[in-house]
Design a protein around this ligand. Structure first.
Ligand code: UDP
Length: 157
């Protein structure tokens, strides 16, 4: 693995899917120079929702969160690049769109905490990216490849 092979898990939530934001969100990560290595359009079931958001099981918003995330399809992705987890979180913004800076995805496309458009692995929770990729993707669903133009993204390639 070279330094730019870090992988992170990202998901356009049902509000983003219904609002037609999949393409816009994919474009932002492509434009940044990150490389897509896996993607799937799925409807999350109760079991997967409970596994993915298990850390919030005792929170007052948990039932509403599970209902929301299972209500319609999501677009799940794995993106690869240097420092990908932290860089993607910076592009996503704060948990609450109302607190997110313009220019971030939540800051540009959301106004409400419960409908914050996108999920991305927490860079402060070590291993969250690997756990979430494993939860949503089988190994054979992830593609090892090098995007054309990579030499123009990184100086040392
Ligand atoms: N959430 C919510 N109400 C809250 C806090 C969180 O509905 O008061 C939802 C919101 O969709 C958020 C998700 O729970 O994205 C997971 O919360 P977390 O703190 O992990 O935020 P994230 O990592 O998504 O920024």
């Amino acid at each position: 693995m070279s330094h730019h092979d870090e992988r992170t898990f990202v998901m356009v939530k049902p509000d983003g899917v219904n609002r037609g934001l999949i393409g816009e969100i994919v474009s932002r990560f492509e434009d940044r120079g990150l490389q897509l290595v896996g993607a799937k359009f799925i409807q999350i079931d109760e079991e997967l929702a409970h596994e993915h958001y298990g850390e919030h099981a005792d929170k007052p918003f948990f039932d509403g969160l599970v209902e929301f995330i299972t209500s319609d399809p999501v677009f799940a992705m794995v993106w690869e690049g240097a420092d990908a987890t932290r860089q993607v979180r910076a592009m996503v913004g704060e948990t609450d769109p109302a607190e997110s800076a313009p220019g971030t995805i939540r800051g540009d496309f959301g106004l409400d905490l419960g409908h914050n458009v996108i999920h991305a692995s927490d860079h402060e929770d070590e291993g969250a990216n690997v756990r979430e990729i494993d939860l949503f993707f089988d190994d054979e669903e992830l593609v090892d490849w090098t995007r054309s133009g990579t030499t123009w993204v990184y100086e040392d390639v």
